[in-house]
Design a protein around this ligand. Structure first.
Ligand code: M6R
Length: 607
């Protein structure tokens, strides 16, 4: 949610902190700040809004310290103002925080009763004040932090910098990720390895409950009981840490255009091309005895799960129950101890998805995680991990991660179907050949961009947009609508086309664009009836289909986006491209902040 950085350097580190914060802006960007030691004394600089506002302030009042912590914020408690921006500091300690301190109200009351006055509306400030009091009582910085951590409830990552301590940073992790970077006479701290990519590729991850004491010589890590522990230092491949926009105006555009390539990588990972068979790693369950699968995720990842529901049921004949993770985790649904839960997450850090994983494990289930970040908490806690090889996704609106999730889930569904013998060897070969056509057909789909750019000029004037689809195009309709509202701020909803006359048809008039996602298939005719119903009420239809569908759509008020004919299984991946381009070009025309839309964060580590 928020991004945290800490650096113990050899010279002034403010520029490095800013560089790392830029890499973390995907986690939050409504305010930012830095605290460093200037001649041994704590100094803080904070700014409301984007990181460039902080940079402008630092240009006017540079910081020269060789030790600092920094933060980029996604507001949870308290408005995104400068007063609420991190670091929060007293005279003795400064703290940056990602996550939520759930018991901050009671702690605040306790501190206020002792005469402490608060400067911000945040939950974070109680941490600074508690540590400050422990320091005042004469505790050392390490003892002060160690005494405060057990008093905090919630999910968080914290970093502390202390007045007069120019060779000490303390970090703590409970529920939110933290990476430690090893330099040569320097040490680093970041919410993820990408933040530290410009400085080091030697990274260790704190485990749940760990806290760490960093000096320039190294780090001493403790587990939640205070025992000293070692966490493995990994060398992260350099390419994995470096991301830029290439020739594109936005990360989102770059990520949309990367899809043919990354989908190819993902299939290459799970398919034995020579033998045209699925080649998934061993799974911790036997598909022949699994009676049902639960799928849970949030946002776009949930829609990937909703598409996969059709595949698991069709290819493997295993019934699926599908849940939004924030509901699943609290629903106390009884889970068969011999069953399987699949969690899907780009970041691998989404709080509700992680909690759902833990719930399923407590119920005795095996958990398979489909994730894009291999070092993430979800990847580490799952019984089996199926990586999506989308590469780092920076745009807040998920695009390539979504289609790589679909690719991975399609491979899993076919593989399960083959193992439990609902699919024959010939079926598998046919499906593998179909899947391998995806990158080429995605490249074709990208050629619709100029047409979609024109269409977006009209869409940008709409107040509401409806998306309709049947079968796997139904979750895709919901994903298309989510994409549009996320980045253009136009209200949009996705519906199962058959549901139209059960309510949403009341919304249709001549001002309402209706995007219909409908490849020509066995239920196309049903969707034609729905289009007729829309046209009869003056609705403006945008039909995303193939040549046969375009010919068979008899309604007048139709603008058509025509994709090549393709096997039904790969439709959700290829049809994602026009859905993403519609949202992207509409947002560009509206002049919104495409990569960092308001109020959103890339990684939602709070519930
Ligand atoms: O990292 P995750 O895949 O777990 O994230 C889940 C959602 O927060 C995410 O898909 C969100 O809906 C995106 N902004 C959609 O574009």
């Amino acid at each position: 949610m928020c991004g945290i950085v800490g650096i113990l350097g050899k010279g002034p580190v403010a520029d490095k902190v800013i560089e790392a914060l830029h890499r973390l802006e995907y986690r939050g960007y409504d305010s930012s700040g830095i605290a460093s030691l200037e001649a041994g004394r704590l100094e803080v600089c904070r700014a409301e809004g984007k990181l460039r506002h902080l940079e402008a302030k630092l240009d006017r009042h540079p910081l020269h310290g060789d030790i600092a912590i920094g933060h980029t914020r996604w507001a949870t408690h308290g408005k995104p103002t400068e007063r609420n921006a991190h670091p929060h500091a007293t005279r003795r300690v400064a703290v940056v925080h990602n996550g939520i301190i759930e018991n901050f109200r009671e702690l605040k009351l306790e501190l206020e009763a002792l005469g402490v006055s608060f400067q911000s509306e945040t939950d974070t400030e109680v941490v600074a004040q508690l540590v400050d009091r422990a320091l005042l009582e004469g505790k050392s910085p390490v003892d002060a932090v160690a005494s405060v951590l057990p008093r905090l409830r919630g999910a968080f990552a914290l970093a502390f910098l202390f007045d007069g301590q120019d060779d000490l940073l303390i970090a703590a992790r409970r529920g939110s990720p933290l990476a430690i970077g090893y330099g040569d006479g320097e040490m680093f701290l970041g919410s993820d390895a990408i933040a530290l990519g410009a400085f080091t590729n030697r990274i260790a991850y704190l485990d749940e409950g760990d806290w760490a004491v960093l000096t320039r010589e190294g780090v001493v890590m403790h587990d939640e009981h205070g025992a000293i522990v070692q966490r493995p230092v990994q060398t992260v491949p350099a390419g994995a840490l470096l991301v830029d926009r290439g020739n594109h105006r936005h990360f989102m555009a770059k990520e949309i255009y990367e899809q043919p390539e990354v989908i190819g990588h993902t299939f290459g990972h799970y398919i034995d091309l020579e033998n045209e068979t699925m080649a998934l790693p061993d799974l911790p369950f036997d598909p022949r005895t699994v009676k049902s699968i639960s799928i849970t995720a949030c946002g776009t990842a949930f829609y990937a799960g909703a598409v996969a529901e059709y595949w698991f049921e069709r290819f493997a004949r295993i019934p699926v129950s599908l849940d939004i993770a924030s509901e699943f985790r609290y629903r106390e649904t009884p889970l068969d101890p011999d069953g399987v839960t699949i969690v899907i997450s780009q970041s691998g850090e989404t709080a509700d998805t992680l909690a759902s994983l833990r719930y399923a494990k407590e119920c005795g289930q095996k958990v398979v995680a489909v994730v894009n970040v291999p070092t993430s908490t979800i990847a580490r806690e799952a019984d089996a991990v199926l990586m999506t090889l989308a590469g780092p996704e920076i745009g807040v609106a998920s695009t390539k991660a979504f289609t790589c999730q679909l690719a991975t889930l399609a491979c899993l569904a076919v593989s399960l179907g083959r193992t439990n013998e609902h699919l024959s060897r010939e079926d598998e070969r046919r499906l593998v050949r179909a899947l391998m056509e995806t990158p080429r057909l995605m490249t074709e789909a990208l050629k619709l961009a100029p047409e979609i750019e024109l269409l977006a000029r009209t869409l940008a004037k709409a107040r509401d947009v409806l998306y309709l689809g049947r079968g796997t195009a139904y979750p895709l309709a919901m994903e298309g609508a989510l994409k549009l509202k996320e980045i253009s701020y136009i209200h949009a909803e996705g519906y199962a086309a058959g549901e139209l006359k059960h309510g949403p048809i009341a919304l249709i008039d001549e001002t309402m664009p209706v995007v219909v996602i409908a490849p020509f298939d066995r239920i196309f005719e049903k969707t034609v009836s729905n289009m007729e119903e829309v046209a009869a009420r003056g609705g403006r239809i945008i039909l995303v289909t193939d040549p046969k569908g375009a010919e068979a759509a008899p309604v007048d008020a139709v603008q058509k986006l025509i994709l090549p004919e393709m096997p039904a299984t790969i439709g959700p991946m290829v049809y994602s491209i026009p859905a993403q381009l519609i949202a992207y070009h509409t947002a560009v025309i509206m002049g919104t902040d495409v990569d960092q839309p308001r109020n959103l964060a890339k990684s939602v580590t709070v519930e």
